[in-house]
Design a protein around this ligand. Structure first.
Ligand SMILES: [Zn+2]
Length: 101
């Protein structure tokens, strides 16, 4: 009988948060909206603007995080295997916010 009241009391504690993802560069957690989703496209890491699904990795749109991800082999970990990373191209894709491909 007191069950409903208990549920209510519990829900006042922590509010529902936006889903969090971990940046493969700095390793910090952030809301999915603050990170860029990456996926494997033709064997190399690419920005996944369409959120096409499949295995993905998340990264801050910051050159420092990209460099850190390359250095720490964060992409290989995220994608469970060796992947090609065109760092210069990725950096451009991360920093340019144009809709062009
Ligand atoms: Zn980061």
């Amino acid at each position: 009988m007191a069950k409903a009241r208990e549920e209510k009391a519990r829900s006042t504690g922590g509010r529902a948060r936006a889903p969090e993802r971990t940046c493969v560069g700095c390793g910090r957690k952030a809301a999915a909206g603050e990170l860029v989703r990456l996926r494997i496209l033709s064997g190399s890491v690419a920005v996944d603007r369409e959120r096409a699904g499949g295995r993905g990795a998340w990264l801050h749109a910051a050159p420092a995080c990209l460099a850190e991800a390359v250095r720490r082999k964060g992409f290989a970990r995220a994608f469970r295997g060796a992947v090609a990373v065109d760092e210069a191209l990725l950096r451009r894709q991360l920093t340019e916010n144009g809709g062009k491909d």
